[in-house]
Design a protein. Structure first.
Length: 138
């Protein structure tokens, strides 16, 4: 039980750090946001979405995809007995992705690719995590 709680917490942290690395460290460095955008202000981002480089948006989609997969996989590796921690991590990250899609006005291609790849990542993450669950037929 305690191991599954730890698996969920660590998996979620790994997912969040993965998103941060790909979205902020890589994406924003390779495709800097215009100086008129304050990345810490949601209203500034909303008002200036059209100014954000396409490359930065692609990195957001990649970040969400990889964050879900890595978080779910790490949760499975740590748990070793249950897929539930992976489901929780993946579910929370998919909800976070969908919330971001709804909160920020985006082009259709961006919203669709982010949503579809987040859901795909959940199933791919489930497949990877289940390989580390002993005695699992998941």
């Amino acid at each position: 039980m305690l191991k599954n709680i730890l698996a969920t917490i660590v998996g979620f942290i790994v997912a969040a750090v993965t998103v941060y690395i790909f979205e902020t460290l890589l994406g924003h460095n390779l495709y800097p946001l215009p100086e008129t955008i304050d990345p810490n202000n949601m209203e500034s981002i909303k008002a200036n979405m059209h100014l954000i480089p396409i490359g930065a948006k692609v990195f957001v989609v990649i970040a969400h995809f990889l964050g879900i997969i890595t978080g779910m996989t790490i949760a499975g590796i740590i748990s070793k007995t249950s897929i539930i921690p992976s489901y929780i991590v993946g579910g929370l990250m998919v909800i976070a992705t969908i919330t971001t899609i709804v909160m920020l006005p985006k082009e259709l291609w961006f919203s669709l690719s982010d949503g579809i790849l987040a859901i795909s990542a959940f199933f791919f993450g489930k497949s990877l995590a289940s390989r580390f669950i002993y005695g699992s037929l998941v």
